[in-house]
Design a protein around this ligand. Structure first.
Ligand SMILES: Cc1cc2nc3c(=O)[nH]c(=O)nc-3n(C[C@H](O)[C@H](O)[C@H](O)COP(=O)(O)OP(=O)(O)OC[C@H]3O[C@@H](n4cnc5c(N)ncnc54)[C@H](O)[C@@H]3O)c2cc1C
Length: 398
């Protein structure tokens, strides 16, 4: 692992992460805590969960008991590392994706994007009923922005909440929402004002309220067990479930997207390392035309190219987090880095599949699942065009 004992191999999962001057002994210990959880609770069950199309709710509680869900949240509500720096979540996301699968993380960490506005603006009652319960793994929260009419342009969302005397009346629909089907509460971006970004608010909606219908999104394979479409038909939401100021919800969305991007970057780099480590191990022992694959120049150059891409992207990540911790605005760089990281993953997944040949489909490789999931990371937190445009604006190109 970086910054502790050197990895036995510079070409395994740990060795492929270049050493970082910013990782401390405390980070190393956190990494081994998360890795123990993943090794014990997740890895042995992945094949079975994939067949069943879901994983048990108890995983949330186990993660909470080990102090993993509360990272970055206030101690007073059951968080455990209030002053945790961004590395803690990066490391959590990396370790969760080491087995080459993003689904468990997608559900287990939805509170990273759904909960912060509740912590910041929610009443004392909500902190007890929601924040504390979610951090204890007893309740689950989803964050719903995307609609059937589109996700990239969040400022155009149409789900509407009308203010009545003692409630909001909510109508509309959301789709592709991670963790939607097992969520107890849904932080929902709604239109409470006029068109555009200045008419959007955040409502915390009880998922079992009358008028809510939830269903799986067909075709997402095992994502569909918990990822879903949510219909709101005349749903009454108490007035005090408005989270933050009315019509000021868009700024909150933008902050949450940055959190999502950073964890997406960590996830894609970890998946890249897993895929490339597997491809290298295979190329070092598989023979073709009387020589090991690595002895064929074209293949070993391909592998070097992938290692180079991973190292360069990590150098950019290290620099971004260093600047973030210095209080610099790194919105443009995180947007550009997210695009670079997802492209790195797509390349690593494709080329690692190539190196494994038919063996990739043998049912025992991680590479095949990584290849299947890679594209999804290019959507969450903003697609390439959206992020490049964001970077262009932030850089002052326009
Ligand atoms: C597994 C999974 C989990 C998800 N989880 C959540 C969740 O928890 N909560 C949530 O709210 N959403 C979630 N999403 C939805 C995700 O955020 C959206 O898919 C994403 O924002 C893109 O929106 P869209 O799919 O509607 O594509 P669209 O907005 O329809 O875009 C389609 C294509 O057009 C391009 N495009 C759009 N506008 C422009 C432009 N101005 N210039 C150039 N190109 C453009 C896009 O880049 C994209 O390539 C999830 C999606 C998946 C697949």
């Amino acid at each position: 692992m970086p910054n502790s004992a050197p990895s036995p191999s510079p070409l395994d999962f740990d060795g492929l992460r270049p050493p970082s001057p910013f990782l401390t002994e405390a980070h190393v210990q956190w990494r081994s805590r998360v890795r123990d959880f993943v090794t014990r609770e997740i890895e042995p069950n992945l094949a079975c969960w994939e067949t069943e199309g879901t994983f048990p709710d108890s995983v949330y509680e186990v993660a909470a008991q080990l102090g993993l869900l509360g990272v970055g949240f206030p101690t007073q509500y059951g968080g455990n590392t209030e002053d945790a720096d961004p590395w803690y979540r990066v490391i959590f996301a990396e370790e969760m994706h080491r087995p080459g699968c993003g689904v468990v993380f997608a559900d287990l960490a939805t509170h990273w994007i759904g909960l912060p506005p509740v912590v910041q603006f929610g009443s004392a009652e909500l902190q007890e009923k929601v924040t504390r319960q979610v951090l204890a793994g007893k309740r689950r929260i989803a964050f719903a922005v995307t609609e059937p009419g589109g996700g990239s342009d969040a400022s155009a969302l149409q789900t509407r909440a009308e203010r009545h005397e003692d409630h909001w009346l909510l109508n509309g629909s959301k789709t592709l929402i991670s963790g939607a089907l097992r969520a107890d509460v849904i932080l929902t971006a709604v239109r409470t004002g006029g068109p555009g970004a200045s008419g959007i608010s955040l409502l915390l909606v009880d998922a079992t309220s009358p008028g809510i219908e939830r269903r799986a999104v067909p075709g997402l394979r095992w994502y569909n067990a918990n990822n879903g479409t949510i219909e709101f038909r005349d749903v009454r939401v108490p007035l005090d479930r408005l989270v933050g100021a009315e019509n000021r919800g868009f700024a909150g969305l933008a902050r949450q997207f940055n959190v999502e991007r950073l964890s997406g970057i960590a996830a894609t780099l970890a998946m890249s390392r897993t895929a490339v480590a597997e491809a290298i191990a295979w190329a070092q022992q598989r023979e073709a035309f009387g020589r090991r694959l690595v002895e064929h120049q074209a293949l070993r150059h391909k592998l070097v190219d992938l290692v180079r891409a991973i190292r360069a992207t990590y150098a950019y990540l290290d620099q971004c987090i260093w600047r973030l911790q210095r209080g610099e605005a790194v919105v443009a760089d995180i947007a550009m880095l997210k695009v670079q990281a997802t492209r790195t993953l797509e390349r690593c997944a494709r080329e690692s599949m190539h190196v494994l040949g038919g063996h990739a489909y043998a049912g025992t490789t991680r590479v095949e699942r990584i290849y299947r999931e890679a594209r999804i990371f290019a959507l969450g937190g903003g697609t390439e065009e959206i992020l490049d445009d964001l970077a262009a604006r932030q850089l002052g190109l326009l």
